[in-house]
Design a protein around this ligand. Structure first.
Ligand code: ADP
Ligand code: MN
Ligand code: MN
Ligand code: MN
Length: 337
């Protein structure tokens, strides 16, 4: 007998990397093993030296096909010596976790996204060529005049649970057609593995409903909320002491750090971090308790309990979770040593 393994990887598309996948039919009992593809078609190689290697690093049951079939997330490596390809951002996350793993870093990422008509690119819930009533009733809304795409969200959540991903919730967002799911809390590498796998399942659910999923940070210009990937972070020390929580928040504002982090927080960050729509401006850094206009928020219950985690509100929805987790682990854990 045989089963199917869907090999999934991250390409080299600029400015925002994309998921790719292909199917391998595997004999029962046979190891999954490395595989390869044409990197010249994914912006990862030149045509005259096109072979790139796929190394399986994280697998889970395939909730779409069911049975014994599996989803296999891969790192991309160079065929010459199997070293990480320049677009392989997971390698740095591994190194970061190796260095700071004893501090037990945890992440919970809030992935916002927008459902679009795949032909016109117009958001779900927006009248054809026009605009709905202003924002206000849609966030966590209930009812057909406020909500579009809930069946897709439900299917995606079911698939994530069946795949064994640590999805921790979903909600309708401020702009019509915009939704969020959360993954975590899990470690620096796992949060990227699980979020990329959850993104994969989301795009696949979109195919079934003929809905394009966009993680664009500002899909609609004007007075409509952007889409972020709020990044919640803690270490063992932060989960035990408020001083450590404040040290971590302050470390993100140290000289040079905001600029360094914003480079890894996703394409088009200035368009989203305007100071409006529950953001701080991209060229200013602040942190505060319960402050959704700050770069970094300390949740109110963290201030009350005098321990817990921080929320970096700056990463875009289109950020690479491996890059965000690596930056935050390195900056905060170095300050907490
Ligand atoms: P918000 O109020 O900002 O919308 P959410 O409920 O959407 O918050 O997301 C909170 C996220 O924080 C979840 O992904 C959750 O797993 C994560 N989280 C909770 N506790 C911790 C912790 N100690 N360390 C890191 N992440 C955490
Ligand atoms: Mn949220
Ligand atoms: Mn949100
Ligand atoms: Mn949030």
């Amino acid at each position: 007998m045989v089963y199917r393994a869907e090999y999934i990887w991250i390409d080299g598309t600029e400015p925002t990397v994309q998921l790719r996948s292909k199917t391998k039919v595997v004999a029962d009992g046979e190891a999954l093993g490395i595989w390869g593809y044409d990197g010249s078609s994914t912006n990862q190689a030149t045509g005259d030296n096109s072979d790139v290697v796929l190394q399986p690093v994280f697998q889970c049951p395939d909730p779409i096909r069911g049975g014994n079939d599996v989803l296999v997330l891969c790192e991309v490596a160079l065929s010459a010596d199997f070293s990480p390809h320049p677009t392989n951002t997971r390698a740095a996350a591994r190194e970061s976790l190796e260095k700071y793993g004893s501090q037990e870093p945890w992440f919970g990422f809030e992935q916002e996204y927008t459902m679009l008509d795949p032909v016109t690119g117009w958001p779900a819930g927006f009248p054809e060529g026009g605009f709905p009533a202003a924002q206000g009733p849609y966030y966590c809304g209930v009812g057909a005049e406020k909500i579009s795409g809930r069946e897709l969200v439900e299917l995606h959540t079911t698939w994530c649970i069946e795949a064994g991903l640590q999805i921790s919730g979903t909600n309708a967002e401020v702009m019509p057609g915009q939704w969020e799911f959360q993954i975590g809390p899990v470690d620096t590498v796992s949060v990227g593995d699980q979020l990329w796998m959850a993104r994969y399942l989301l795009y696949r659910a979109g195919e079934l409903f003929d809905v394009a999923i966009s993680i664009d940070a500002k899909p609609m210009k004007g007075d409509w909320n952007g889409a972020g990937m709020h990044s919640n972070f803690s270490t063992k020390a932060m989960r035990e002491s408020y001083a450590a929580v404040e040290t971590a928040a302050q470390s993100l504002g140290a000289p040079g750090k905001p600029e360094e982090h914003l480079l890894g927080y996703g394409a088009g960050i200035e368009d989203r971090l305007t100071g409006a729509h529950e953001t701080q401006r991209y060229d200013q850094f602040s942190y505060g308790v319960s402050d959704r206009g700050a770069s970094v928020r300390i949740p109110w219950q963290v201030a009350r309990d005098q321990k817990g985690y921080i929320e970096d509100r700056r990463p875009n929805a289109n950020a690479d979770p491996y890059v965000v987790a690596t930056l935050m682990t390195n900056t905060c854990c170095e300050a907490l040593v």
